[in-house]
Design a protein around this ligand. Structure first.
Ligand code: ZN
Length: 272
């Protein structure tokens, strides 16, 4: 739950990183991919309200080149938009806003849980995932549907056979339900501790053209197309921090994927 204390700490942390960014002399990055989750009124740290999402998409349409995910993997300058897990509100709330602003987004669905509630790390979100009819409706609106495993595990904790089933099995299920190949995959949780070389291998064997991590940062020419970095947008983001993330002033947050950064993030998440 996004407690007031955690929100204040996160916002202060972002403010510090905004000051640090220019001091580090970060080069102007060519390509960024944003990660959203639910776009609704859930009381959850990863939820963005429809009002904020609409404001953010309008800002992107006015200020940056909006990329497809393939453009992003080619490090074309601009911003691509992705949403993880497959929440029903991605269809009802996010998709109409994306269509209005001509944002060709990708929704990564947890294929074995569609039509149900998603539980991550033992914690239910109370956010309903879309069902397959709704996934087909989303696809018909021009929003691509990508794979995000069957049950949302930490892939690196699984055996090789389990990983194969989670990754290839999920892409096959989506292809079967939607009648179209699955070009994209996103590793659940997605920090460098949550996937491994087998995850990358099976995403390639599933026929995907690229795969996304959740390692914070931007992508440069020649980047690994199967471990693309992304920038998460969450409930604590103001328009100021959103713009800072999109324009690079918060690139210092990429330190969060280092061992020290992941420790700090775990500590931060315990503040309640
Ligand atoms: Zn996820």
């Amino acid at each position: 739950m996004p407690s007031p204390i955690r929100t204040v700490i996160k916002r202060s942390f972002k403010r510090g990183a905004m000051l640090l960014g220019p001091a580090l002399g970060t080069p102007r990055p060519p390509s960024r991919i944003l990660t959203y989750h639910s776009v609704g009124d859930l009381d959850h740290a990863m939820n963005v309200t429809p009002r904020n999402f609409a404001e953010q998409m309008a800002w992107l349409a006015d200020h940056v080149q909006i990329n497809t995910l393939d453009d992003a993997a080619d490090a074309k300058p601009g911003v691509a938009v992705t949403l993880d897990d497959g929440y029903r509100d991605n269809l009802t709330n996010a998709a109409p806003i994306m269509v209005k602003h001509e944002v060709p987004g990708v929704v990564f669905v947890t294929a074995g849980k569609l039509g149900d509630l998603l539980v991550t790390d033992g914690e239910p979100w109370h956010g309903h995932l879309m069902n397959w009819d709704e996934a087909r409706e989303l696809s018909a609106m021009g929003i691509a549907v990508g794979g995000h495993s069957l049950t949302h595990p930490r892939l690196s904790h699984l055996s090789e056979d389990q990983q194969r089933e989670e990754i290839i099995g999920s892409c096959e299920r989506i292809a079967q339900e939607l009648g179209t190949p699955v070009p994209y995959f996103a590793y659940p949780y997605g920090t460098s501790a949550d996937y491994d070389h087998n995850s990358v291998r099976f995403a390639k064997e599933a026929g995907c053209r690229l795969a996304c991590s959740n390692r914070y940062g931007y992508n440069v020419p020649g980047c690994d197309r199967f471990t693309l970095r992304r920038i998460w947008i969450d409930a604590t983001d103001t328009m100021e921090s959103f713009e800072a993330k999109v324009t690079g002033k918060l690139d210092a947050l990429s330190v969060l994927d280092s061992p020290a950064g992941m420790f700090a993030r775990r500590m931060l998440n315990r503040v309640a």
